[in-house]
Design a protein around this ligand. Structure first.
Ligand code: ATP
Ligand code: MG
Length: 656
């Protein structure tokens, strides 16, 4: 713990100090990735508390994820400023909502809806609209957009017209589905994720006594990642502030990656207009990454266009030179995953801790091959935003029951009459209350049933692959799979989507799947959407401190037609694509051709191994999938779409 308030300022550069010591009035920090924005606001709070200017309980720091909030609280404790509230907008709102609900509305706060997409599907059906899987996803996303922009169903068609949006369906029809969805939620007394903010805003607007109480409690506000604030979050912030302007915001317009939630960098860029007396500070020294990584990051942004790009600040690395970024091209996805896993093993062998390595991809569905490849290579990993199958309560309990039955052997009356392996498994699971038919309705009971059903299917696949195996063979197989997945998570390699990686940093970062169609993703069609994908690429590059690897594969599966091209965002930057890419040190830096070409791994290999692995599961909830489309996406209908990743992430964090 620093000795004094002044000692808290040690380790800050002059501009960061300015942020830390400007404790009154509005402050706005505009700066690129890795320039120490988060560090500056953390030290600012600590300095204010230590200097006796800020009361810890009167400060509300808003971060983007619960993980970031936890990190900030830990850091504040180390700086001798424990007791400050650091939360996400959602968790702060939820806390206030729970507290004030009985007084404002009466009764208990309704519970959060379990399977939102199903409610949307039902609402559509009641409006006599049939939606396929993709349409359902789009309609759900559109309802979320309407809600975070505070557009009520009746106003939705007009809002579409004025916002020049490409609505996924006839706006009048979509407005009706939206209205019905809201009705169904009311009937069932459930609320969705957006409602948490909407209801808080509603109560603070209507009840001045409650708003006053909140304002008496919180006097100082700090917001990290302000470029991604949605209109609804901004409204909440305004209500918390009232007439005051003790607000410090930090952000980077070039990292706006949540436009699909209605986020816009305008709040950040127009801060001065709204608060003419604001202190505006710019930071350009990049403390995170080597000159090589910074050079590439600047290169990715140099081609950017649009509003955010006008405010771009060139980063200047403060670190010593490091290795050149590595570019690798592979024949197919499994080869890319294996190549990546091999490199990761080499890095670990060279002394880089697994916890300091991340594999980042565009959509969660891409994680599957990397999970498998890392497990095969014996490298521990952890997923962000999804629970692993074998870690679920019901799956662990089922495992214990199966082990018990295997030990007891076929004498056991329970297994009488069950002559092949899946029947035995069903019999054992029935003692855990499992039935062959799913329980009615959705919710936790259904989730549990799905997990156990996945175990039964796994046993069926296992019995087919290894005829004559017994229960104890299956238990061994399950243990092996669980162990491969389990490996100590604390020190694991992080697998995460680019959206979930925001604000974080690692010594080594592998950006994978960098092909057209994935980056930018196929459904990014308008110029603005493509620009947002470019910013996502920038976010990815700037997560790396030292080692950065960028890879892509020319076809999806082994033996497939090599029809893919590397992402346009690396044009002119990667070797062999025009102007010299890795030119920082003038180093040669060629593209590595990964294994998987002729003489590489046997194509049949991967296929056999895949079949051995049991059911394809939803990346988010783990439900086993049967439909081809869902299997390809590796996501069931009930889970948020890829684009909703960040929301899911926050929801998951928040539930935990
Ligand atoms: P992002 O835009 O990605 O959120 P950021 O601007 O919030 O980045 P930080 O995460 O605060 O950047 O800082 C990046 C890294 O640089 C951290 O490891 C931080 O500890 C370090 N750092 C920041 N400022 C300094 C400084 N003045 N001296 C040394 N290290 C610093
Ligand atoms: Mg930050």
């Amino acid at each position: 713990v620093p000795e004094s308030a002044d000692a808290v300022l040690d380790g800050l550069d002059p501009e960061q100090r300015e942020v830390a010591t400007a404790l009154h009035g509005p402050v706005c920090v505009l700066a690129g990735a890795g320039t120490g924005k988060t560090r500056a606001i953390t030290h600012r709070i600590a300095y204010g508390v230590r200097a006796g200017v800020l009361q810890p309980a009167a400060v509300l720091a808003v971060t983007f994820t619960n993980r970031a909030a936890g990190e900030m609280r830990g850091r504040l404790r180390q700086l001798g400023a424990g007791g400050v509230q650091a939360r996400t907008f959602h968790s702060a709102a939820l806390r206030q909502l729970q507290y004030f609900w009985p007084k404002a509305v009466g009764g208990e706060l309704p519970r959060l809806v379990d399977r939102k997409v199903q409610v949307v599907a039902e609402a559509a059906a009641r409006c006599r609209v049939r939606l396929d899987r993709n349409e359902l996803r789009d309609v759900t996303g559109e309802i979320e957009w309407a809600k975070v922009t505070q557009t009520v169903p009746a106003d939705y068609p007009a809002a579409v017209a004025t916002s020049h949006r490409d609505a996924p369906r006839d706006p009048a029809e979509l407005g009706q589905i939206y209205a019905m969805y809201e009705q169904l939620k009311r009937d069932r007394s459930v609320i969705d994720f957006e409602d948490v903010l909407l209801l808080t805003v509603g109560i603070l607007q209507d009840r001045h006594d409650i708003a006053d109480q909140i304002r008496r409690q919180y006097q100082h506000f700090v917001v990290d990642e302000y470029q991604d604030v949605s209109p609804l979050q901004q409204r909440l912030l305004d209500l918390w502030l009232g007439e005051r302007d003790n607000l410090c915001v930090v952000g980077d317009a070039s990292q706006t990656i949540y436009s699909f939630t209605g986020a816009t960098p305008e709040h950040l860029l127009n801060f001065r207009v709204r608060h003419p007396n604001a202190t505006v500070v710019k930071l350009v020294r990049d403390y995170r990454s080597t000159p090589q990584v910074v050079h590439l990051a600047n290169g990715v942004l140099s081609q950017a266009r649009g509003r955010a790009a006008e405010h771009r600040l060139e980063l200047v690395s403060q670190r010593e030179a490091g290795p050149e970024p590595l570019y690798a091209e592979y024949a197919d996805e499994p080869a890319e995953a294996e190549g990546t896993a091999r490199r990761i093993r080499d890095l670990i062998a060279a002394g880089v801790p697994a916890g300091e390595i991340a594999v980042l991809y565009r959509v969660n569905a891409q994680s599957e091959v990397y999970e498998q490849a890392l497990a095969d290579a014996g490298v521990p990993y952890q997923l962000r935003g999804a629970e692993r199958f074998f870690e679920r309560q019901e799956v662990r309990e089922a495992g214990i029951a199966l082990r018990g039955a295997a030990r007891a052997g076929g004498n056991d009356s329970l297994l009488d009459g069950a002559d092949d392996l899946p029947a035995q498994v069903r019999a054992v699971l029935s003692t855990k209350g499992w039935t062959s038919e799913p329980p009615a309705g959705s919710g936790a009971a259904r989730d549990r049933w799905e997990s156990l059903a996945a175990l039964v299917r796994l046993s069926e696949d296992f019995a087919r692959a290894r005829p004559g195996s017994g229960l104890s063979d299956l238990v061994t197989e399950l243990d092996e799979r669980a162990a491969a997945q389990h490996a100590p998570t604390v020190q694991g390699v992080t697998l995460a989507s680019l959206h979930a990686a925001k604000g974080l940093e690692w010594d080594a970062v592998f950006l994978v799947g960098l092909t057209e169609g994935m980056m930018p993703i196929t459904y990014a069609k308008t110029d603005e959407q493509v620009e947002e994908e470019r910013r996502l690429m920038y976010v990815g590059v700037t997560r790396a401190r030292l080692h950065l690897s960028l890879s892509w594969s020319l076809s999806r599966s082994p033996g497939g037609r090599p029809s893919r091209r590397p992402t346009r965002f690396l044009n002119g930057l990667r070797p062999g694509s025009g102007r010299l890419a890795t030119g920082w040190s003038g180093g040669a830096g060629g593209i590595e051709r990964g294994a998987g070409g002729p003489g590489g791994r046997d194509a049949g290999d991967a296929v056999v191994r895949r079949r051995d692995r049991g059911p394809v599961r939803c990346r988010v909830c783990g439900a086993s999938l049967t439909e081809a489309g869902a299997m390809k996406l590796m996501r069931c209908d009930d889970c948020p779409s890829d684009m909703d990743e960040g929301l899911y992430e926050r929801l998951h964090d928040w539930r935990a």
